[in-house]
Design a protein around this ligand. Structure first.
Ligand code: GTP
Ligand code: MG
Length: 366
């Protein structure tokens, strides 16, 4: 009788190997479970000892017997490799070839689109969170909708707000900000729009008695536009001036432009605004300023309790990332943009999608 052993991961496969080699007449002499080769992650293997009723051609010498055992080990190793290693490698290669190729393409496109935002001066921390958001949403994004997805992600990060004014209910609004950002010009635009378009009764109060010519600037405008104006030299005068305008719907308070680093000057403005009991304070920021100085201004003016921002001079800016940076970093909504010197035309009310497109495209269409 010729005896042979067959080893496979399943009993069925071992039986098949036996049949293939010895044919249907082979007799199973025994089966057992043996330990698999751990290097290939195999827990167990099945071994069949089978015999076929033929005389052994020759007795094995000791050397031949050793060779047979070595062959057997080698065979087991090859088999293990075939079953466990090769499919694993194959799978990894397939994965590299198919899935990541589209992912890599999208990743590259995400990188490119974020580079564009970086050029438009969006801050590193915001880019990082947008990148995470886009990569986390990779399942929903394709090249064709990536741009729209990014723009709506920006829109969801930025805050905007509207002018809240009611007829026959006095609302006092103050504009604050550094020197020369366009506070007085912006008040002139808003005052005319409120009077002519919204038919509101408007009054102006200037507390800018510091800069030479500041009062004249507002007085000339007040005369041309026929909008009543008053000047407060001391905070104590504010309540009386407000009383004087008690029949108005809207009072704009024009403040003196101050260097944000001069804390005492900011305290002095605060005294005027507190005395007037203002309803809303808006910080005007020059959109052409650097991110660093805008952040500093936004921080230093916080004691004046502004609740929204206006970005002025967007017509002069070459990138709009700071609108997003400031709104996100200081958790403050954007109310208007001003886009030129013409009163009252050059002012834009905004919504999230308008700003997101502006920040992404870097283009302002007049
Ligand atoms: N290009 C451009 N210029 C503007 C805009 N807004 C204001 N300006 C100009 O900026 C200059 C300063 O404007 P003001 O309104 O006097 O600025 P301010 O903040 O009141 O200045 P101070 O009262 O001195 O602090 C003026 O020449 C304005 O015409 C704008 O949106 N675009
Ligand atoms: Mg001014």
């Amino acid at each position: 009788m010729q005896i042979k052993k067959y080893v496979a991961p399943t009993l069925k496969e071992a039986t098949q190997q036996m049949k293939d080699e010895l044919g249907g007449e082979a007799i199973i002499l025994g089966t057992r479970v043996i330990e698999g080769d751990k290097r290939f992650g195999m827990k167990k293997m099945y071994e069949i000892t089978a015999g076929i009723d033929q005389p052994l051609k020759e007795k094995l010498t000791k050397e031949q017997a050793k060779t047979t055992i070595d062959d057997y080990k080698l065979e087991l190793e090859n088999l293990s490799r075939k079953i466990y290693e090769e499919p694993k490698q194959q799978k990894q290669e397939e994965k590299k070839k198919s899935v990541p190729s589209t992912t890599n393409k999208l990743e590259k496109e995400i990188e490119e689109i974020l580079d564009k935002l970086e050029e438009n001066e969006v801050s590193k921390s915001i880019l990082k969170s947008l990148s995470k958001h886009l990569n986390d949403s990779a399942n929903f994004i394709e090249s064709s909708n990536l741009e729209n997805y990014l723009i709506s992600s920006i829109a969801s990060m930025i805050k905007t707000t509207n002018f809240k004014v009611q007829k026959n209910k006095l609302t006092k609004i103050a504009l604050i900000g550094p020197t020369g950002v366009g506070k007085t010009t912006c008040i002139a635009k808003l005052a005319v729009v409120s009077k002519i378009i919204h038919k509101l009764k408007v009054g102006l109060i200037s507390i800018d008695t510091y800069r030479l010519g500041a009062i004249d600037q507002l007085r000339i405008f007040s005369e041309i536009s026929d909008i009543e104006m008053a000047v407060a030299y001391q905070p104590e005068e504010m309540p009386n001036l407000i009383k004087k305008f008690k029949n108005k719907d809207l009072i704009f308070i024009d403040t003196v432009g101050r260097n944000q680093k001069a804390k005492e000057s900011l305290d002095s403005i605060k005294k005027f605004l507190d005395a007037a009991n203002v309803d809303e304070t808006i910080l005007v920021l020059n959109s052409t300023s650097s991110s660093k100085s805008l952040n500093d201004v936004a921080e230093k003016f916080k004691p004046l309790n502004y609740s929204s921002v206006i970005f002025s001079k967007v017509d002069e800016a070459v990138a709009y990332g700071n609108i997003l940076n400031i709104s996100v970093n200081h958790n403050v909504p954007v109310m208007f943009l001003t886009n030129g010197q013409v009163i009252p035309d050059d002012i834009l009310s905004v919504n999230q999608s308008f700003l997101a497109n502006l920040i992404y495209s870097g283009k302002l269409y007049k």
